[in-house]
Design a protein. Structure first.
Length: 567
């Protein structure tokens, strides 16, 4: 600490730009090592980016808490939340110079704080974090007194207060955080053995505080599984009882405001682990599950939608479909078939966010508009065929009763509690045969994953800096709009992104895919880079430490890639 203090004192009376000399070496702060990744150019520019490293043992935590990937992910999340809470507490009512990404309810791989295993760091488990620090200026000069205060007092105190293990309470809290993720991991592994697509434990809290909050609703009724669907899964020496949703086609019915969409939303979010106390921490669903929605206006390029859409008017082929503005039904057909192409074994669909003609066509419309004049093949006509190919469908249906005819399992939500209604649904179907007219469709033929190089080749000339002063292609995310050089994508409607850090992460990964495109299946390329980041973090990805970044699933990376277009 003395060394950086002396360095700052040497900048007395010097131009603000000389702060950049701090980036020329790594600084020692007791147990910590500090590195400047980016130094702001003036006092009014975005804050400087700093990275620190410290051995896990120096913080007082046992290396046993970081001896596998699951533990390291949970411990990193635990430490990040402690650091973020400390910074937030100190920021109340003051212009605090330090900031860090505030995580949501999900436990994600983030570059904000990473716990590296011994194999990565010469036999020592390391904690590595990145944060933002506003370096003070006196007009255009270095403000030495305040800079010394921030870098030699406020920053070390903040790190020490939040990260050092003070007493057994901190260790026990860390262990609970880790154990919760370990239980969730084993529950997920148990799904396949139990031939289940999802599991919702008794006592789970599904409703959220509001439409803009992922916090649990304080007055929510806890989940209770129907006896007919109750299963017990074993995880970490525990026996956990809840509702098991079997493979196949599941219809979730019920009256308005009784919890149909709430259950589906909980399953949609359960592709990511959640923190203890969230209420959804032990809900698990097939990790490849994708929410499918109507996304009218989306860009589609070179997607084979022929299994659901026959030749369109004016001879537009659906074997290699492209459009800058898809309709509701063609966008949803594209979303479904792209999800299958990129490895989804389960799709989650809500009637409320779907194009009606994508889901069904009633007999009157069949008579009015004959099959020869209707290019769409509704999902209901493909549902059984898709399950025979290994796809599971979970569908919320409040009005499309014809889906009861193809359902393997029917759940009725009643005042936020599920009831098993499969037997009753079959009785209704037997007493009231469907009136839809039979239609002949060609067999569903699943396409192969497209070549990455072939798909992106026409975009590559546009993947370049947007300004003469930029030395590299920048990734920018503004709301739901992603920009990579002169290529863009509207990724806001992709439903299973958690936050802007994940969207930025998807953009960085897609940039890496574009710059290293090879003639291999796109899914293979995505899974390779995903595994690399999951194992060693973002630090080996170009620009991976420049911004707050979180790791999305391969599914969201693929959806981002598929929405690219040049402008």
């Amino acid at each position: 600490m003395k060394e950086i203090y002396q360095k700052l004192r040497s900048l007395t009376g010097k131009s603000y730009g000389l702060y950049k000399s701090l980036a020329q070496k790594t600084w020692k702060f007791g147990d910590f090592e500090l590195e400047f990744l980016h130094v702001q150019g003036d006092p009014y520019a975005p804050p400087s980016r700093l990275k620190f490293r410290i051995p896990l043992s120096a913080l007082g935590f046992s290396p046993e808490l970081a001896n596998n990937a699951v533990k390291r992910l949970a411990l990193a999340d635990f430490l990040l939340r402690r650091l973020a809470e400390e910074i937030t507490a100190q920021s109340v009512g003051v212009d605090f110079p330090i900031s860090i990404a505030n995580p949501g309810q999900e436990i994600l791989t983030r570059n904000s704080l990473w716990v590296g295993g011994p194999s990565e760091n010469e036999g020592v488990a390391i904690v590595e974090a990145t944060l933002w620090v506003k370096l003070p200026g006196d007009h255009r000069m270095v403000d030495v007194p305040n800079a010394c205060d921030i870098l030699t007092s406020i920053l070390p105190d903040t790190l020490s207060t939040s990260l050092y293990c003070f007493g057994e309470g901190a260790i026990e809290s860390a262990r609970r955080h880790i154990e919760s993720l370990e239980v969730r991991t084993e529950l997920l592994a148990a799904l396949e053995m139990a031939k289940l697509v999802a599991f919702v434990p008794d006592g789970a809290i599904l409703p959220r505080a509001s439409g803009i909050s992922e916090l649990p609703l304080a007055s929510a009724v806890s989940f209770k599984s129907p006896p007919e669907m109750r299963v017990t899964l074993k995880a970490c020496g525990r026996e956990i009882t809840g509702m098991g949703i079997p493979k196949g086609i599941t219809v979730i019915a019920g009256g308005a405001y009784h919890g149909k969409s709430t259950l589906l939303s909980a399953l949609e979010k359960a592709v990511y682990p959640h923190i203890p106390g969230d209420g959804r921490e032990w809900i698990v669903v097939d990790s490849t599950a994708v929410r499918i929605c109507d996304e009218g206006g989306r860009s589609v390029r070179n997607t084979r939608i022929a299994p659901l859409v026959r030749e369109l008017p004016s001879g537009i082929s659906t074997e290699n479909f492209s459009t800058l503005s898809a309709s509701g039904s063609t966008s949803e057909a594209s979303n479904l078939l792209e999800a299958i192409e990129f490895g989804a074994h389960t799709v989650l669909i809500d009637e409320d966010t779907s194009a009606v003609n994508f889901l069904i066509r009633d007999p009157r419309m069949q008579k009015l508009v004959g099959a020869s004049r209707e290019p769409l093949i509704p999902l209901i006509d493909r549902a059984r065929e898709l399950t025979s190919l290994g796809l599971n469908i979970v569908l919320v249906a409040g009005a499309c009763g014809d889906y009861l005819n193809v359902a393997d399992t029917v759940i009725v939500m009643n005042q936020y509690q599920p009831e098993w209604a499969t037997h009753r649904a079959k009785e209704i179907c037997a007493s009231e045969p469907p009136h839809r007219l039979p239609e002949d469709h060609p067999p569903f033929i699943q396409g192969l994953s497209r070549s990455l190089l072939a798909y992106v080749e026409e975009l590559l000339p546009h993947v370049r800096p947007t300004s003469p002063v930029e030395r590299q292609v920048k990734v920018r995310v503004q709301g739901g709009r992603l920009q990579i050089g002169f290529v863009e994508a509207e990724i806001g409607p992709i439903p299973q992104f958690c936050d802007s850090a994940q969207r930025y992460g998807a953009g960085l990964i897609v940039l890496n895919l574009l710059q290293n495109a090879v003639d291999k299946p796109s899914l293979e390329c995505i899974e390779k880079i995903y595994a690399q980041i999951a194992n060693v973090g973002f630090r080996k990805i170009p620009q991976g430490m420049n911004r707050d970044v979180a790791l999305p699933r391969p599914a969201e990376i693929a959806m981002t890639l598929l929405r690219l277009r040049n402008y």
